[in-house]
Ligand binder design. Structure first.
Ligand SMILES: C[S@@+](CC[C@H](N)C(=O)[O-])C[C@H]1O[C@@H](n2cnc3c(N)ncnc32)[C@H](O)[C@@H]1O
Length: 244
């Protein structure tokens, strides 16, 4: 008789405030024999920090340590090749647990399907194993809440943009949308700021670091250090107010 295979669980843990973990995420996490989490070398893992107090000693912790983050690599090293290899290996390890009948919960900051690293495991494993994905409060909604700004009124459109885009692309997309959230700022902040200034959007834009976390900072745009925008930061350009 074939062994029952384990289930892959993609669990969104929200943007940082531990109280934004859903009841469903908590229930599934507590029951999972293996809990996997992404983490940068030498770090504790942000998503893991949110859920660790809920785990017991018997649960297997499976850190998935990124081999590279955003550092510049000299050819022939390529970020894409190294990271694809990493996801292949991580999927194989998780696949081993699933084959052995153990459920694996992969925790993910915010929502797993919203720029989450979980997606790369999902794409490799979802056609071979049973899967459940638990949505989480994503950072842009956590950000809008702590910035106390409604995002879009009535028929307005919202664009979610990555600060990694070229200046031209950012300009084109921002010029066409009613409201925007710009993620992945980091070293891209100065470029994003220039485009906002050009389009006359800087006065409307709001900036937050580590939204909903204990060390959250809301900083006026003019005071953001363009060289020191942390990884967990985003910008919101809210839609124009509609007085309903
Ligand atoms: C790889 S994406 C992950 C997004 C995540 N899955 C989500 O649902 O929000 C990482 C980017 O999300 C944004 N981010 C995530 N958490 C954040 C937070 N608490 N405050 C501000 N930005 C955050 C930052 O722009 C960061 O560069």
């Amino acid at each position: 008789m074939m062994e029952k295979r384990g289930q892959l669980l993609g669990i969104g843990v929200g943007p940082g405030d531990p109280e934004l973990l859903t009841l469903k995420a908590l229930r599934l996490l507590k029951a999972a024999p293996v809990v996997a989490y992404f983490v940068a070398k030498g770090k504790r893992g942000n998503a893991f920090g949110i859920i660790e107090p809920h785990l017991d000693d018997a649960q297997i912790r499976l850190p998935l340590v990124y081999p590279v983050t955003t550092e510049a690599l000299e050819p022939p090293l390529s970020y894409e090749a190294i990271i694809a290899d990493f996801y292949d290996t991580a999927s194989a390890v998780i696949g081993g647990h699933l084959e052995a009948g153990r459920d694996v919960a992969v925790v993910c900051e915010g929502d797993p399907f919203f720029y989450g690293s979980y997606m790369y495991l999902h794409d490799r494993l979802a056609d071979r194993f049973p899967v459940e994905v638990v949505p989480g409060v994503c950072s842009m909604l956590g950000g809008a809440a702590v910035l106390r700004t409604p995002l879009v009124y009535r028929n307005q459109s919202l664009s979610v943009l990555s600060g990694v885009m070229s200046e031209d692309e950012l300009r084109g997309k921002l010029a066409q949308t009613d409201a925007a959230v710009i993620m992945k700022l980091g070293r891209n902040f100065a470029k994003v700021r220039r485009v906002l200034d050009e389009l006359g959007l800087a006065d409307r834009a709001l900036y937050v670091e580590r939204a909903t976390m204990a060390n959250q900072r809301i900083v006026p745009l003019a005071e953001v250090d363009p060289m020191a925008s942390p990884y967990f930061s985003l910008l919101v350009v809210p839609g124009r107010k509609w007085r309903g």
